[in-house]
Design a protein around this ligand. Structure first.
Ligand code: TRP
Length: 333
């Protein structure tokens, strides 16, 4: 079998939270240490621009998210770590793919449809109210990210699975027209709980304002965890771990034995406060060392940018010749 290429990106639109860690950062860090495969890990700052038009926030988020990946041990020697906007070949490929992509395919994107549905529910006169072409074409930019580096495996949260199907569709269409240039990527969903629940039990997401930040102080982390919404069951009442947010997050960090022990404690009627305390201790233990490295990096942003600049050079060794090949294939070169 030929060498696998793993690639994933994270949108730089906020402070990294536990959901990002479980869904994207942890699998990427683990994969980056596997030298059997090639790894590309990047900051999707052009994706962030779709929803965020605050330049200072965008910059801050880029630093925080890069620092998080580095602090958690991403192997930047064996893998390539860069930011999307440093690779001009990506938007060039995006345009080439845009010219091949059926509008109908984009009409079916869940993220787009959700906004249209909101507009309809709110009685807006235009169902496309507030929707930019950036949002509409989001899956095409994401396809370019993936196809540019011939990724074979793309680890993402479950909510991104449709985008991967679209990337395959678009690649197939390109290959059908122009010959077998693009590699069809395969989605990898981390079953340990790649979509984590947030404070209110919905998916942990910046857009719901229900996140637990990855690198706040121990004290603040405890406070956040104590805010997780639970039901009104009293201590002593047996509790159901299924679908319970505290358990959901615990599971994403714990070993099988630890999970079994907490499930047993639930059956015995553990108090919510105590379950949360156990969750805090577990998560705090995992994050305390990386937290120190994170603080050091954030105090020295030039160091972060130097790592990213190095990564961009490495990434462009792939993207430049490959885009040239694609430009020839479509007839603009
Ligand atoms: N859309 C992804 C998310 O929101 C981020 C992303 C952008 C990505 N480009 C990508 C993920 C390419 C994997 C591959 O989580």
């Amino acid at each position: 079998m030929s060498k696998q290429t793993w690639l994933t990106g994270i949108t730089t639109s906020g402070t990294p939270h536990l959901g990002n860690y479980v869904g994207a950062i942890r699998p990427a860090v683990e994969a980056s240490h596997n030298h059997e495969q090639e790894g590309f890990y990047f900051l999707a700052d052009y994706h962030a621009l779709i929803k965020n038009q605050d330049p200072a926030l965008l910059r801050q988020s880029r630093l925080e998210i890069s620092a998080a990946w580095l602090a958690l041990g991403l192997d930047t020697e064996h893998s390539t770590f860069y930011r999307q906007s440093d690779i001009p070949e990506i938007p060039e490929l995006t345009w080439i793919l845009t010219c091949l992509t059926a509008k109908g395919l984009m009409n079916r994107a869940h993220a787009y449809k959700a906004v249209v549905q909101d507009n309809l529910d709110n009685g807006a006169s235009d169902p496309d109210k507030g929707i930019t072409m950036g949002l509409f074409g989001y899956p095409i930019l994401m396809s370019a990210d993936i196809l540019m580096f011939k990724a074979t495996h793309v680890p993402v949260g479950r909510d991104q699975v449709q985008h991967l199907e679209m990337a395959r569709d678009i690649a197939q269409r390109f290959n059908h027209h122009y010959g077998e240039h693009l590699v069809l990527p395969q989605v990898v969903v981390d079953e340990r709980g790649s979509v984590l629940q947030g404070l209110d039990g919905r998916k942990m997401s910046k857009s719901y304002g229900n996140t637990i930040p990855l690198f706040e102080s121990s004290k603040k982390l405890r406070k956040s965890i104590m805010k997780i919404k639970t039901n009104s069951q009293e201590p002593g009442e047996p509790k159901d771990p299924d679908g319970n947010t505290v358990f959901d997050i615990y599971k994403a960090f714990a070993s099988d034995e630890q999970c079994a022990a907490l499930a047993e404690a639930y059956a015995q009627g553990i108090a919510w406060g105590e379950a949360k305390q156990q969750l805090f201790e577990l998560v705090d233990g995992v994050l305390s060392e990386p937290r120190e490295r994170y603080d050091e990096l954030m105090a020295n942003p030039a160091q972060i940018d130097a790592v990213l600049a190095q990564g961009a050079l490495k990434a462009r060794e792939h993207s430049r010749p490959f885009l040239e090949q694609l430009r020839r294939a479509v007839g603009v070169a």
